[in-house]
Design a protein around this ligand. Structure first.
Ligand code: HSE
Length: 438
C-alpha cells in the first residue's frame, strides 16, 4: 500500500494544530484514504521548542521542502506572502500538491498559482483560508454550485468578532481584548490585518470569486476596520435590538456587486447575531436554495487544522487513485471567469445608525432634522439620552431609512459642524439580512 508523505512548513498555531491532528487521528485518516498518511519533514523558522518525533526530520531551510523528493504533499502554514509565495511556486514546479491556509496568498496570487498548478498537473487546496473550521470553500464551490448566488454576508474574522463580543459582555477595553486574542492564537502576525478588515477582505474576495465567477482581485474591495467602535455604541445597539458585528458582504444590488467589509448592526432576531467569540458564520442566499447559514469556530489551532486536514485527505485520495482534482479551484472554468461591475462604496445604500453627542438644547434636534430632510434621509427611530446633566450633554441616536453612504456622510459632516454638536458623528451601517430568523 502506497504511503502519503507530507511536509509541513510552519510550526505556529496552525502548523502545531495540524501536526496534533495528524498524529492523534492517524488511523481515522488512513482508514478513509486507504493508505497511511505520514509527516516526514517539518520546516520551521521559530526558536520555540519543536515537537520530538524520531520519524520526522526538521529543517530551518523552509524552501528545501519544496524540492524534497520524499514529500508528496506540501502544507504551507507559515503565513505572510513573500516566502509563502516562493515556497508554493517552487513546490508546484516540483510537481508537489500543496495545501495552504493562507488567505493573503490566495487573494493576492491565486490567479498565478492556480494556473501554475494546472500547468504542472498538481492541486492547490485552501479550505482553511476562509472561516477556520467552517467548510465554506467546498460548500460554495461544490454543494451550492447549481445556484445563482445573490448575497453573501459573513462574520469571517474571528479576532474582531472576539473583540466585539467580549467588549459587549465584559465592557473591557479594545486593546486588552486584542492582546487576549493574540495570546489565544486567533490574530494574524500583524494584527492590523484583523482590526483594519484586511484579513476579512482577503477572505471575501476568495468567496466572491467562487460564488460569482469573477476574477480574484482586491482592486475594488472596500474595507473598514473596527477600532473606532466604543462600548456606548454596543450598548445603544443592544437597547435598540441589534448587535454590532464586523461583516463582509458581497451582494448583488441593481445589477452591480457590492464588495465591502464594514461594521454593521444586525437584528438580534437573526441567527447570525448570536455567533459570538471566535465564531464565524457565512450566510449564502442563492436561487433556488434560499438561505444557507454555516457557522463554527473561525480561528485557532483545532478548527483550522480540521480544514487543512480535510484538504490533505482529498489530495491523498486523489494520489491513491492517480487522479487530479475534478473541480477547478474556484469552481468556474478559468475561460468563463468574467468581471462584474462593482458598486462604488459611496452609492451603496443601507439604513444607518447615527450617534451624535450634542448640547441639550431644543434647537439641536430641529437643526439635525432639517439637515436630514434636505438630503431626503428619513428617520425611523430617534432616541436621545442625557449623558451628563452637569454639562447638559445628550447622546442622540438615529436609525435612518436606506441611504447611500456618500449622501449620509455629507449629512453627518453638516451635522458635526453645528455649534451645539460635539465632535464627530458615529455612523454604522445596518445590514438587513435575508431570512433565517430565530
Ligand atoms: N486572524 C484570523 C482571524 C485567523 O482572526 O479570523 C483565521 O483566519
Amino acid at each position: 500500500m502506497k504511503e502519503i508523505r507530507l511536509g509541513i512548513c510552519g510550526t505556529g498555531t496552525v502548523g502545531g494544530g495540524v501536526l496534533d491532528l495528524l498524529t492523534t487521528n492517524t488511523h481515522l485518516l488512513s482508514d478513509q484514504v486507504g493508505a497511511p498518511i505520514r509527516v516526514v519533514k517539518i520546516g520551521y523558522r521559530s526558536n520555540k521548542p519543536l515537537p520530538s518525533n524520531e520519524e520526522i526530520s526538521f529543517s530551518k531551510d523552509i524552501l528545501s521542502l519544496a524540492d524534497d523528493p520524499e514529500i508528496d504533499i506540501l502544507l504551507e502554514l507559515i503565513g505572510g506572502v513573500d516566502i509563502a509565495l516562493a515556497l508554493v511556486r517552487k513546490a508546484i514546479m516540483n510537481r508537489k500538491h500543496v495545501v495552504t491556509a493562507n488567505k493573503a496568498l490566495i487573494a493576492n496570487h491565486g490567479v498565478e498559482l492556480f494556473s501554475l498548478a494546472e500547468k504542472y498537473s498538481v492541486s492547490l487546496r485552501f479550505e482553511a483560508a476562509v472561516g477556520g473550521g467552517i467548510p465554506i470553500i467546498k460548500v460554495l464551490r461544490e454543494s451550492l454550485s447549481g445556484n445563482q448566488i445573490s448575497y453573501i454576508a459573513g462574520i469571517i474574522n474571528g479576532t474582531t468578532n472576539y473583540i466585539l463580543s467580549e467588549m459587549a459582555v465584559s465592557g473591557r477595553s479594545f486593546s486588552e481584548i486584542l492582546s487576549e486574542a493574540q495570546e489565544l492564537g486567533f490574530a494574524e502576525t500583524d494584527p492590523s490585518f484583523d482590526i483594519d478588515g484586511v484579513d476579512a477582505g482577503h477572505k471575501l474576495v476568495i468567496l466572491a470569486s467562487i460564488a460569482f465567477g469573477i476574477p480574484l482581485s482586491l482592486d475594488e474591495l472596500y474595507t473598514e476596520g473596527v477600532s473606532q467602535i466604543s462600548i456606548i455604541d454596543l450598548k445603544f445597539a443592544n437597547e435598540l435590538g441589534y448587535k454590532i458585528k464586523h461583516l463582509a458582504v458581497a451582494r448583488i444590488a441593481d445589477s452591480r456587486l457590492e464588495l465591502r467589509v464594514n461594521l454593521a448592526l444586525i437584528s438580534t432576531s437573526h441567527l447570525i447575531s448570536g455567533v459570538d467569540g471566535v465564531g464565524n458564520a457565512v450566510l449564502v442566499q442563492g436561487y433556488p436554495s434560499g438561505e444557507t447559514l454555516l457557522c463554527g469556530d473561525g480561528a485557532g489551532a483545532g478548527p483550522t487544522a480540521s480544514s487543512v486536514v480535510s484538504d490533505v485527505i482529498d489530495l491523498a485520495r486523489n494520489l491513491i487513485l492517480g487522479q487530479l482534482d475534478q473541480v477547478k479551484p474556484l469552481g468556474f472554468m478559468p475561460t468563463t471567469v468574467k468581471s462584474r461591475e462593482i458598486s462604488s462604496p459611496d452609492l451603496v445604500a443601507t439604513p444607518w445608525y447615527l450617534r451624535i453627542e450634542a448640547e441639550d438644547s431644543s434647537q439641536v434636534m430641529s437643526s439635525i432634522a432639517g439637515i436630514l430632510a434636505e438630503r431626503k434621509i428619513g428617520k425611523q427611530t430617534v432616541v436621545s439620552k442625557v449623558v451628563d446633566s452637569n454639562q447638559k450633554k445628550i447622546q442622540i441616536v438615529i436609525i435612518t431609512s436606506p441611504s447611500a453612504a456618500g449622501n449620509l456622510c455629507a449629512a453627518a459632516e453638516e451635522i458635526a459642524s453645528l455649534d451645539s454638536v460635539c465632535g464627530a458623528i458615529t455612523k454604522i451601517r445596518i445590514e438587513d439580512l435575508p431570512s433565517r430568523k430565530e
